[in-house]
Ligand binder design. Structure first.
Ligand SMILES: Cc1ncc(COP(=O)(O)O)c(C=O)c1O
Length: 435
């Protein structure tokens, strides 16, 4: 398998051999093997990005759907963003102090997400969700933060449990959870732990768990139930923020306002950034000297000038395109329907899931009843991981680069990119099903 890929990527092969000698598993993020090591191959080493394309060190071009972990909604190498970063670099990189761009970026974020009465910047999304959870515990003086099964909130110890089906307990990282889109499981959580809950943290659209949209009223139910038991509601919008509209998907698309929100990815256009913010009475506990001296915040690289200027230019560009989000969402919905039509026509046990421009593909061990709402447990229990990895690897060989089956569409993806992607999905599906 992948003979063609191996022939075209000698430099990547050599680099991956070296990477395996220095990095555990050869990678610096567990997803970055992209399914290729499962089939005995190696991931391509990328060296340049432009619009919807990535180029590897052997000179091969790929249509990119991974888009820097879904950060690049404008496409790679947006000139306003790279220009601002280059100009900032000429002044120095980071001084570990306040800088003007921090204030400008926070002001724009506040205009776009007005319920963020106060916010803080950190360097990654993992820190943002960790600090949001810590603030909730400080504010409520309660111990537990519940998450949705299958929700990924980064690599921090606080929320690193119940990530993948069968969501079994881990002796070191453990906590309470519920099933996204399943109000019975929320009821069970509230009944058992309601008075110990500091917060519920949830993505408005369950990202890594399958790009699953919330069922009608589900987020509102979480809002009401958290209020009833005196817990905070935290929306982790590190994927959904500025992906489905200019601002928060929670309020802007689904009409539900949390107490705290976390942002990252898109808001710094490919540079490192985490944001946590929301109610002033909660956020004020992060201020120096606040209640009990518990530390919230920190980070040598927080508010890094390069991330700040990249964020400012990204938001400026997105603001001028705010009316185009509707088209992007519709394009994604339409593309998923076309993918599913291909799978149906070829009788392939595969399903494209997602919401708007989030376009994932899962290969399944058994079919899913289309009339029962999707949850991470229903989807996770059906996924055939070995075939999904094979599908992913074969797509990469055909020049379509992604993860979670495919990934995220950006404003830079052209109609031709979509047709080529569909063609590649079709030929890989034929290869895998023999039809
Ligand atoms: C919803 C969500 N929250 C948090 C994180 C963690 O962000 P980071 O990788 O910047 O630490 C991610 C990253 O994929 C994410 O998707």
């Amino acid at each position: 398998m992948l003979e063609d890929y191996r022939r075209r990527t000698p430099k990547s092969r050599e680099l991956f051999e070296r990477a395996q000698r220095v990095f555990a598993g050869g990678v610096n993020h567990n997803l970055r093997t992209f399914g290729l090591t499962t089939v005995g191959a190696y991931p391509p080493f990328m060296c340049r990005g432009e619009g919807s394309s990535l180029f590897d060190v052997d000179g091969n071009r790929y249509i990119d759907w991974w888009m820097t972990h879904f950060s690049q909604v404008l496409g790679h190498g947006h000139t306003a963003v790279t220009g601002a970063v280059a100009q900032q670099v000429s002044l120095g990189t980071h001084f570990g102090t306040l800088n003007e761009a921090q204030v400008l970026l926070a002001e724009e974020l506040q205009r776009a997400v007005p319920f963020m009465e106060k916010m803080r910047f950190c360097t990654t999304g993992s820190e943002a969700t960790m600090y949001a959870a810590r603030l909730a515990r400080l504010f409520t003086e309660r111990p537990l933060v519940a998450k949705a099964r299958g929700g990924w909130h980064g690599g921090n110890d606080t929320l690193g449990y119940h990530l993948k089906f069968p969501f079994s307990d881990d002796p070191f990282y453990n906590g309470v959870s519920f099933d996204f889109n399943d109000t019975d499981s929320v009821d069970a959580l509230m009944e058992r732990h309601g008075n110990e809950l500091a917060a519920v943290i949830v993505e408005p659209v369950l990202g890594a768990g399958g790009g699953i949209p919330p069922g009608p009223g589900f987020l509102q139910y979480l809002r009401e139930e958290t209020e009833r038991v005196g817990a905070l509601l935290i929306f982790d919008e590190i994927i959904t923020g500025f992906r489905f509209c200019y601002g928060s998907a929670g309020t802007g698309v689904f009409g539900v306002q949390p107490d705290l929100v976390t942002l990252g990815k898109i808001v710094a256009g490919g540079m490192p950034l985490g944001v946590y913010g929301g109610r002033e009475d909660v956020m004020s506990l992060a201020a120096p000297g606040a209640k009990g001296g518990r530390w919230v915040g920190g980070g040598t690289f927080s508010g890094h000038p390069l991330s700040m200027v990249a964020g400012l230019e990204t938001l400026a560009a997105l603001k001028t395109r705010r009316d185009d989000y509707e088209t992007l969402n519709k394009r994604g919905d339409h593309f998923r329907r076309r993918l599913n039509a291909v799978f149906e026509e070829l009788g392939a046990p595969a399903l494209s899931t997602g919401t708007g421009s989030i376009v994932f593909i899962a290969w399944l061990e058994h079919p899913l009843d289309p009339d029962t709402p999707l949850t991470a447990t229903r989807l996770g229990s059906a996924v055939d991981h070995a075939r999904l990895d094979e599908f992913q690897a074969r797509l990469i060989e055909k020049g379509v680069f992604g993860y979670h089956g495919l990934g995220a569409m950006s404003f830079a993806h052209s109609d031709e990119d979509l047709e080529q992607t569909l063609g590649a999905v079709e030929s890989v599906t034929v290869e895998m099903t023999g039809r």
